[in-house]
Every structure is written in structure tokens, then in C-alpha cells.
Design a protein around this ligand. Structure first.
Ligand code: SF4
Length: 408
């Protein structure tokens, strides 16, 4: 049975390049960071000029852009923050995302027209908090990841504003927005966008007088990773979440590549289409989960929302990332002469290998590359990072295609 659902799919973008992929792979909205006052402040992010260009690009395609301003503001930053907001006012942003009450009140004062979304960093766990944010003028609240599904349903029944939830991506093992571990262990403050992921480190026990002797604390032979969270994946529960009335499904990953963002956005766009068409059944879900396996991830969990025990959240079996596929190239243009795409190489591949090609809104395509040519048309046995190469005979493929190869 076909269903009318209208849930926003919200994808991350670390830069203009990734924003274009997210928009083309089916995001309804993207969230990005500026160069100041947002978490994830170490790499990437948008200058004011890039932000303007990104907003124009997205709006032409019917995609919204939200800017994260979710760092905690220090007293001596207030004036600089005000100046930044004056600059942002010139850009046609669809919303800003905040967590700090000071940031919230300054934006309300300086830029009252802009919709404000409350970040997960604000750690909103109940309908009283949601509705207080609504009374203060927030248009949307992203709930803390710690909210279980039965509480989400209660919140939805009473909420006076839009609700957004994370459906996919890395998780903190600490309560949202309240982690001091990274700051304590490495001096890098997670609440100012500089998290060192200390929760994923491997820990030993050391006796005071024997500082060079480390004793493993082993729940099993792999060691002790007591804080090591799995990655959130709510794909199999998406129909339940859709039925709950949530307004926006958010994908985590503002540090991720175009490969990751494209694939995860493609998967969840397809899942939402299946729900609309009454085709969200086990076989289709399983196919989509297999697709998710084609980019780097940790073992998946249903998170605090659906997991039945803490053992379903932490991961001592797989202590690193699972990489079953190599991201090898992106599409540049079509070569009429060679009847195939010209590619920018990201990771090495060889003639004779089979590529798995992800394309916006289409099924993935498998192709065995009989030949690889350089731009002068000469045969190459091997393509290396940063090369520009041609795959003759593949035919026309979509502009934002991504090439992956299964690891042996
Ligand atoms: S150290 Fe871990 S739990 Fe703390 S903020 Fe960073 S990722 Fe989250």
C-alpha cells in the first residue's frame, strides 16, 4: 500500500564538493559548518563565499541548507560572534543549528527572521524541554540520541515543534554534549569541535611505581575497549520512525568523504521511497544494508533508541573500521571518442578489476574494466591516486558516479 510521507532526509557536507554529491544523491537538506563557531572545527568547512555558492547550488535543486553554530560560546567571543552573524545575514540560509543558550539568544536578537534548530549537543531528552525551546522560538529540536523509542513516541504526541532524529552514523558513548573525555585525555575539547575520539582508544592498567609496565584489562583476548561505540544504523526501523511523525532524519558525518555521504544518502533515500511505495520489506531492507557495507563503518547498532542491552551498543569484536570496498574514483566527464567516462583516481586500481558504480537515483552497476587509458589514449595497467584516466566502452553514466572495488 502506498503511503503519503513527507520526511526530510538531512545529510552532512564538509565542503562544497560534498554538498553537491549530497544534493544529487537525494538529500532534502544538507547541514554544513562555517569556519567559526561550529563543532567539527578542525578540517574543511565553508568560507562565507563558499557558503553563498553552496546555498545557491542547493536551492536551484530544491535542497535546503542549514548552518551549524553549535559550539559553546566563551564570554570573550560574543562580539566576534555578533560580527559573524551580521555577515551570515547576507546569505539565504534555511536555518541555523545551535546548542548554547547564549548563541540562541544572540541570534534571536541580531537575526530574528532565521529559523533556529536545536542541536543534539543541547541534549534534549523530554517534551518539557522540547516545548520550552519551542516557546523560546526554536523551529526544530534534534533529540538526544539517548531517547528510547517509547519516549520518542510520547514526545511526538506532545511536541509543539518539529522533531529531528539521527538515523545513521558514529555515536558518542557519552551523553550527547556532555563529554569531557577528549579534553581530559588530549586537551582537545569535544564541545568546541576538536574531539580526539578518546573513547575509542585502547586502555591499560598501570601501577604507580611501575610506569613502564602496562597491564591489559581484558574482557576477552582482543583487549578492552570499554567505551568503543558501534555505529548507529536505524535503517531496519525506518518505517516505525516514519510512522511516529518525526519531521527529519539526520545522517551523521560532517567529516566524511563524498563516497560515504553519497552512499548513505542513496540508501536512505531508497528506503524512504520503499516506505512510500509499500515496498519496505525484509528483502529490500537487506539489500540496502548490504549497500551500506560498501563504505567504511564500524559494526552497526540500533542505538539507545532500540538496543536491548549495553552490549548491543559497544563493540569489542571489531575494534576498528570495516572496509570491505575501496573507493577508487569519481566521474569527471564523458569521453565520446572512447565511449566511456573520464575519472579522477582516488585509490589504485588495475585493468581487469570489476568496479561497482554508485549513481544518483539508479541501481548500482557492475563493470569489468578490460582497459584503462590515460588522457592521451595509451593503455595503462594500473591507475594511481590523482591520475586522470578513461574507462573505454563503459558508456554513459551519471555525472556524480562513484567507483568502488571489492577488497580481496
Ligand atoms: S571522546 Fe568519544 S564520547 Fe566523547 S565526544 Fe568524542 S566521540 Fe563522543
Amino acid at each position: 500500500m502506498k503511503k503519503h510521507i513527507n520526511i526530510e532526509l538531512l545529510a552532512p557536507a564538509n565542503n562544497l564538493h560534498v554538498l553537491k554529491y549530497a544534493a544529487n544523491y537525494g538529500a532534502d537538506a544538507v547541514y554544513v559548518g562555517g569556519k567559526h563557531f561550529n563543532l567539527r572545527s578542525i578540517h574543511g568547512n565553508f568560507t562565507l563565499k563558499q557558503l553563498k555558492e553552496g546555498v545557491e547550488y542547493a536551492h536551484k535543486r530544491g535542497v535546503k541548507v542549514y548552518l551549524t553554530l553549535n559550539a559553546v560560546l566563551a564570554e570573550d567571543e560574543i562580539e566576534r560572534f555578533g560580527d559573524y552573524i551580521q555577515e551570515l545575514k547576507k546569505i539565504d540560509l534555511d536555518a541555523v543549528i545551535v546548542s548554547d543558550m547564549g548563541v540562541f539568544s544572540l541570534i534571536r536578537k541580531i537575526w530574528p527572521q532565521v529559523p533556529i534548530h536545536i542541536s543534539t549537543q543541547a541534549n534534549t531528552n523530554n517534551s518539557a524541554a522540547v516545548n520550552q525551546w519551542a516557546r523560546l522560538g526554536a523551529q526544530r529540536v534534534n533529540l538526544a540520541r539517548e531517547v528510547p523509542f517509547k519516549n520518542l513516541q510520547k514526545i511526538m504526541a506532545q511536541s509543539q515543534t518539529e522533531i529531528e532524529v539521527f538515523i545513521h552514523g558514529a555515536m558518542c558513548i557519552s551523553y550527547s554534549g556532555r563529554c569531557m573525555l577528549s579534553k581530559y585525555m588530549s586537551g582537545r575539547d569535544a564541545n568546541r569541535g576538536r574531539c580526539a575520539h578518546s573513547c575509542r582508544w585502547k586502555y591499560y592498567l598501570m601501577e604507580q611505581e611501575r610506569s613502564n609496565l602496562f597491564f591489559p584489562v581484558c574482557p576477552d583476548k582482543k583487549g578492552t575497549y570499554i567505551y568503543n561505540s558501534r555505529d548507529l544504523c536505524l535503517l531496519s526501523k525506518l518505517d516505525l520512525l516514519a510512522a511516529s511523525g518525526v519531521h527529519s532524519f539526520k545522517i551523521e558525518g560532517r567529516m566524511k568523504t563524498e563516497n560515504y555521504v553519497s552512499l548513505v544518502t542513496w540508501v536512505y533515500r531508497r528506503a524512504l521511497d520503499y516506505i512510500k511505495e509499500g515496498e519496505f520489506h525484509r528483502n529490500n531492507i537487506q539489500k540496502l544494508v548490504s549497500e551500506l557495507d560498501k563504505c567504511s563503518h564500524r559494526n552497526f547498532t540500533l542505538g539507545f533508541m532500540f538496543a536491548k542491552s549495553r552490549h548491543e551498543l559497544e563493540d569489542n569484536d571489531n575494534v576498528g573500521y570495516i572496509n570491505r570496498y575501496r573507493f577508487v574514483a569519481t566521474f569527471i566527464r564523458y569521453s565520446k571518442k572512447h565511449r566511456g567516462p573520464v575519472l579522477r583516481v582516488k585509490n589504485q586500481f588495475r585493468a581487469g578489476e570489476q568496479v561497482d558504480i554508485l549513481q544518483p537515483r539508479k541501481d548500482p552497476l557492475l563493470f569489468t574494466m578490460g582497459k584503462i587509458l590515460d588522457t592521451a589514449g595509451h593503455n595503462m595497467t594500473c591507475a594511481n591516486p590523482n591520475d586522470t584516466v578513461i574507462i573505454p566502452g563503459l558508456g554513459r553514466i551519471s555525472k556524480y558516479s562513484i567507483f568502488r572495488i571489492k577488497a580481496v
